[in-house]
Ligand binder design. Structure first.
Ligand code: GLC
Length: 419
């Protein structure tokens, strides 16, 4: 029998479409932004050339203003909705017009660590200016006032599409009356495990608002009826800025390093404002109403991934508490929340990529026991069920197909069963 790590490498190879990787065959036939960042780190454990190529292909979709899109449509496919015609963005290659959590600079930093050669340095030198531009885009497009928190304008941008965190903010978004929704996901996977129809009608309405705004960042920010400060995105960006700062020292200028350091200082202070002492967790904020969103989810632990250690013990305590009602950590929604649904996508299930960041975060912040537990649970789930898209926290069952690139990448990053 093929061992699990060999199988993980095989999944990445099988999902390779000639230099970039699809998240899985059929359900997601294009290149996704944060999936590819994790995939690049996974490839870096056995094929650094292929890891660099993953990043380079994603950056083929980067816009002139620095935006790294959520999806790059390298080759046509009928298996996914909404395709390039719904976005209506004429670029080569076509892309969507929103983004996803910016794991990319962290991935590039890690690939370089695995490939500390002259060739690796040359690859990095070519990529560094693109990463710098993408972080400048985040600041200019999503935090023009310099608050230290970037805004997310679409639930898809959080990567946690239908999280209960966005329910209230999404209520404000009208359903589309202009675009015919032709979902493909529900013919590949059980609809009970996917976002609901009404979610999709709102998701597409937001796309129409942005299209009407000409994809111009200032107009999108002003026009969007959905505008939140997501803990996950902000924490991941802060971590990416820290990694970019190290890269700037070697590949950039002192002025660029100072610019990044200034953003880091602002972001650290702002992230702290999302801490909720009573709930023992970081909470997202609705930037339209200005109110904190009283929702505890897996993203609430991610400031640890950015080294924000002040509340590490409290966060370990919170997660410890959740652990009493689930079989494995980390459920995407607090299992004590009435909105917890163990099988429905981001409303309860465990996602390996989030677990990896949470485990890294606890380790970085001195909570070794919890780091080990989260990493161990993740390995156990994958060892038992394979490279599923996500897992039921109550039973451990893998859901949504067994050949997901990012789950395979996380297995390799966790050192597989060998560690
Ligand atoms: C779904 C997930 C998102 C992921 C994409 C591709 O939309 O919610 O986080 O990037 O699938 O796997």
């Amino acid at each position: 029998m093929m061992d699990r790590s060999e199988a993980a490498r095989r999944v990445l190879r099988d999902n390779d479409r000639g230099g970039y990787t699809v998240p899985t065959d059929r359900l997601y036939p294009f290149q996704w932004n944060w999936d590819s960042a994790f995939v690049a780190m996974g490839f870096a454990t056995f094929d650094t050339g292929r890891a660099w190529s993953e990043i380079a292909w994603l950056l083929r979709g980067q816009w002139e203003d620095g935006l790294v899109p959520q999806i790059v449509f390298h080759a046509p496919s009928d298996d996914y909705f909404p395709g390039p015609e719904v976005w209506g963005i004429r670029r080569d290659p076509p892309t969507s017009g929103i983004t996803q959590p910016p794991v990319l600079a962290t991935a590039a930093h890690r690939v370089l660590a695995a490939d500390a050669t002259e060739a690796g340095e040359a690859r990095m030198a070519a990529i560094y200016p693109r990463l710098r531009d993408s972080h400048r885009w985040w600041a200019a497009a999503r935090d023009p006032a310099g608050t230290g928190l970037v805004a997310t304008l679409h639930p898809w941008e959080t990567g946690m599409d239908n999280s209960p965190a966005w329910d209230r903010a999404l209520d404000r978004v009208p359903v589309t009356t202009r675009t015919e929704i032709r979902r493909r996901d529900t013919s590949h996977v059980d609809p009970a495990f996917r976002p609901r129809a009404i979610d999709y009608q709102r998701f597409i309405h937001l796309v129409e608002v942005f299209r009407d705004a000409g994809w111009e960042p200032g107009r999108m920010l002003a026009a969007s009826p959905f505008r939140v400060a997501d803990v996950g995105t902000n924490a991941i960006l802060l971590r990416a800025e820290q990694d970019l700062l190290e890269l700037a020292a070697r590949f950039g200028t002192p002025a660029e390093a100072a610019e990044i350091a200034a953003r880091i200082a602002r972001m650290e202070a702002a992230l702290e404002s999302l801490w909720d002492e009573g709930r023992g967790c970081y909470l997202p904020r609705d930037l339209i109403s200005g109110e904190s969103i009283p929702f505890r989810g897996s993203a609430g632990f991610l400031p640890l991934f950015a080294g924000q250690a002040r509340h590490a013990a409290a966060l370990a305590g919170t997660l410890e508490g959740w652990g009493k009602s689930v079989r494995a950590l980390v459920p995407s929604t607090d299992p004590g929340d009435a909105l917890f649904e163990p099988l429905r996508y981001w409303r309860g299930p465990i996602w390996a990529v989030v677990n990896w960041m949470v485990a890294e975060g606890f380790r970085r912040c001195g909570q070794e026991a919890m780091a080990g537990r989260v990493a161990g649970d993740t390995r156990g789930l994958i060892a038992a069920e394979g490279f599923s898209e996500y897992f039921d926290p109550l039973t451990g069952q893998g859901i949504g197909g067994g050949t997901f690139s990012w789950t395979a990448a996380i297995w390799l990053l966790l050192g597989g069963g060998e560690a």
